[in-house]
Write a protein that binds this ligand. Structure first.
Ligand SMILES: [Fe+2]
Ligand SMILES: [Fe+2]
Length: 482
């Protein structure tokens, strides 16, 4: 067995899983590979496929210094199979099998449940690439263009990660699922991606930053829960994916931060104090703060739907089986079995939104969503520090979890951003005020003009504080003509 810390780049498929010694698996992945490349060329970034892009590629899987930066054409990116190192003597950390040795093979009784978890996670990865495929044409700088492509190639690699598990451990079923993952299409009527938020459009760069801030963070939570899995190959796969995911959220968080900063600077220079003086702010060619809030309202509410029903037997079963844990399960100090514990769930009961204690095992989706909201709130607080430093009185907030929901407890009602319930007629008015309108979207679209000169930035976004890989401000992150 390879020791796993070094990645073998000699073959067609970079890996640290000893692919050379597993001919059946190598064959399966090599058969799948051309279909993947076809998918990338068809559904990956539109244009720029011949451009040299300054991308990071993993060279190790340790926590420190695993990345190497270099110019690469995207279709030649070395997508591979990378797992975090195996932890000697690891045991199943939770559920009915807690304390037993972690599984190195799929436990037969949980085979279909596990396959389903892999397919759902796997489906989100190519979906986001598809959603973002037209953004290259309007990138506000070469720096941002490069970041978009970095996120895209890594989402592609995340697909590889799930396909590896399907093909290695699920035989023919797994190979069929791997094919299906290349066939579904984000937003398609006939064969859409599996989850709602992954069929929405990402039409502009503010949407992209919001998506990577809010929706990639859902990815982080799901991966963190799967990283606890008693099925060790899944745990190791997800642990490495999490190290990549951090950059995606960085792109989103700093992206919105830079938009906020630019808006504040432009308002100050023009002597505009009132953030709601929207016409004058927009005339400066920057995105007004209330519109940023509306975009946050939209992306937050869409992302909450990804956590599924607050009360869920599937989630209970996956936990009991030892397949999917809680966020940071290893840092929690309870019995990790939850047979008698309760958890407060926010519910709509008799026309009132209130907390209700339910069996903790059934409330795991709610719990993961609560952890998500807390993590998101910390990010919002960092955005607000930008506003504070700029001397603005405006503050961004998260809407109530009942706002604009399609799945779970609040799908059946209409709620305002503060959680108060609305009649359909009231909702028709409030939703137009609290979510981006067609006019808002048109305005944002009008700003989306590409800026491709070295070191230059579109007028609606501030430059980053530091470059990727500490590169200087005028670094040519993407050599468009090459
Ligand atoms: Fe991902
Ligand atoms: Fe991601």
């Amino acid at each position: 067995m390879p020791d796993g810390s070094i990645i073998d780049y000699d073959g067609l498929i970079p890996n640290n899983v000893g692919l050379n010694d597993d001919l059946r698996l190598r064959k399966a992945l090599e058969v799948w590979h051309p279909g993947y490349i076809d998918w990338w060329k068809q559904m990956g970034p539109e244009g720029f496929q011949d451009s040299m892009v300054y991308l990071r590629t993993a060279v190790g899987v340790g926590s420190e210094g695993w990345a190497k930066f270099d110019f690469v054409r995207m279709p030649e990116y070395r997508w591979g199979v990378l797992l975090a190192p195996q932890v000697e003597g690891r045991t199943i950390p939770f559920g009915a099998h807690k304390g037993e040795p972690a599984w190195q093979e799929v436990p037969g009784e949980y085979r279909s449940m596990l396959r389903r978890l892999l397919v759902i996670q796997g489906d989100t990865e190519p979906a986001s690439v598809e959603q973002q495929r037209y953004l290259g044409a309007t990138a506000p700088s070469l720096y941002d263009l490069r970041n978009l492509f970095q996120v895209n190639v890594e989402e592609g690699r995340h697909l590889w990660a799930m396909v590896y598990l399907l093909q290695k451990y699920f035989g023919r079923d797994g190979r069929e699922e791997a094919e299906e993952l290349l066939k579904r299409r984000s937003g398609s009527q006939d064969s859409p991606r599996m989850l709602g938020a992954f069929n929405e459009r990402t039409p502009d760069w503010l949407s992209f930053f919001m998506f990577t801030f809010f929706t990639d963070r859902d990815g982080k939570m799901q991966l963190a829960a799967l990283a606890q899995s008693g099925f060790d190959p899944l745990s190791r796969t997800c642990r490495f994916m999490l190290t990549e995911e951090a950059h995606h959220m960085f792109v989103g968080e700093t992206g919105v931060q830079r938009v906020i900063q630019r808006t504040c600077e432009a308002m100050k220079a023009a002597g505009i104090d009132d953030p709601y003086d929207i016409e004058r702010v927009r005339a400066l060619g920057v995105i007004d703060l209330p519109t940023i809030q509306k975009k946050a309202n939209l992306h937050f509410s869409l992302t909450l739907d990804l956590f599924g029903n607050e009360i869920s037997t599937n989630a209970a079963n996956a936990f009991n089986a030892g397949l999917k844990g809680r966020y940071r399960e290893d840092r929690l100090t309870d019995d990790h079995q939850l047979l008698t514990a309760a958890y407060p769930v926010l519910r709509l009961k008799d026309g009132v939104v209130k907390l209700d204690d339910v069996a903790a095992l059934s409330a795991l989706n709610m719990r993961l969503r609560d952890d998500y909201v807390a993590d998101t709130e910390a990010g919002i607080a960092r955005w607000n520090r930008v506003l504070e430093r700029a001397g603005s009185n405006f503050r961004l907030t998260l809407p109530h979890v009942a706002f604009n929901r399609r799945i779970g407890e609040f799908a059946a009602c209409h709620a305002d951003i503060d959680g108060s319930l609305l009649t359909p007629a009231q909702w028709a008015v409030r939703s137009r005020e609290a979510l981006p309108s067609a006019e808002d979207n048109l305005f944002i679209a009008s700003l989306m003009k590409p800026e491709q000169a070295r070191g230059a930035y579109a007028g609606w976004i501030a430059p980053p504080r530091i470059g990727i890989d500490n590169m200087p401000g005028d670094f040519e992150y993407v050599r468009i003509e090459s």
